[in-house]
Design a protein around this ligand. Structure first.
Ligand code: ADP
Ligand code: MG
Length: 258
């Protein structure tokens, strides 16, 4: 599904990604770990076209999305992104947050279709998106929060809303950037449990996280980044317990011994 070759990113003369190569298949759960500043967020942001790579290729569903001439919006729709700080729109209700992107995209499609006098009315599109959003809220047990604003939700609820908001676009893959690291400890479990469910359903996921228990349970592969490179890649057991790389061993010894 995604083939990354020699991905590089510099900010001025600061080289942040130093040649990343990775292939991701449909249904893969990839966990990305590594020290702070190693380029994990920049890697996800390049995948999602929020940063323009300095060099390299990102082939997503057969198209090079690192090529700045293509319409990235079309590709971005197929890639969900979940952030550490939720990034919900605080001036929109929970329901509006979930409906907004699907309604926008489907209304754009509608405009094109109108020329051929086919398709649904705008009202039908909105009603459909609303039904879907309510189903997604029911899935996380938050139907009663549909009409409230995000500021009234707990961190765990906000992040679960952010996750189902990305599901509303029926993405091929969801990128998670430290989705639990801004949460109070007692709310980490509910978010990881939702992510675990998605993994079981076959969603393709790339997850930056330091939740090693989660990584060992659900990851097909863990990749370890340091100084903008992947310095270790393998099954959770191989990377967390059997790495020959001192940098990697040291990292997991510290994490696993806390
Ligand atoms: P990680 O997510 O692994 O902590 P990041 O990808 O956020 O690492 O950052 C890697 C490096 O890139 C850091 O040194 C950071 O300061 C730098 N960096 C990230 N974004 C920018 C930017 N927009 N401009 C300049 N430097 C940046
Ligand atoms: Mg980061």
């Amino acid at each position: 599904m995604i083939d990354v070759t020699n991905l590089q990113k510099s900010f001025g003369d600061h080289k942040v990604l130093n040649g990343i190569d990775i292939s991701i298949n449909k249904g893969d759960i990839i966990v990305v770990v590594g020290p702070s500043g190693s380029g994990k967020s920049t890697f996800l942001r390049c995948l999602n076209c929020m940063e323009d790579p300095t060099a390299g290729e990102i082939i997503f569903n057969g198209v090079d999305i690192a090529d700045q001439k293509i319409d990235i919006n079309i590709h971005r729709r197929h890639m969900g992104m979940v952030f550490q700080h939720f990034n919900l729109f605080n001036n929109k209700t929970v329901l509006e947050n979930i409906m907004m992107a699907p309604v926008h995209v489907r209304c754009q499609e509608l405009k094109k279709q109108k020329k051929y006098k086919i398709g649904k009315t705008k009202k039908e599109v909105i009603a459909e998106a609303k039904n879907q959003a309510m189903d997604l809220l029911a899935r996380i047990g938050l139907e009663d929060k549909a009409d409230v604003y995000p500021s009234t939700l707990s961190g765990g609820q906000k992040q679960r809303v952010a996750i189902v908001r990305s599901l509303a676009m029926n993405p091929d893959v969801i990128l998670f950037d430290e989705p639990t690291s801004a949460l109070d400890p007692e709310m980490v479990g509910e978010v990881l449990s939702l992510m675990n469910d998605l993994a079981k359903e076959g969603m393709t996921m790339i997850v930056v996280t330091h939740e090693i228990g989660f990584a060992c349970e659900v990851a097909d592969r863990i990749i370890f980044m340091d100084h903008g490179k992947i310095i270790e890649e393998g099954t959770p057991l191989e990377v967390t317990k059997q790495s020959q790389n001192p940098r990697v061993r040291d990292f997991f010894q510290k994490i696993l011994n806390v």
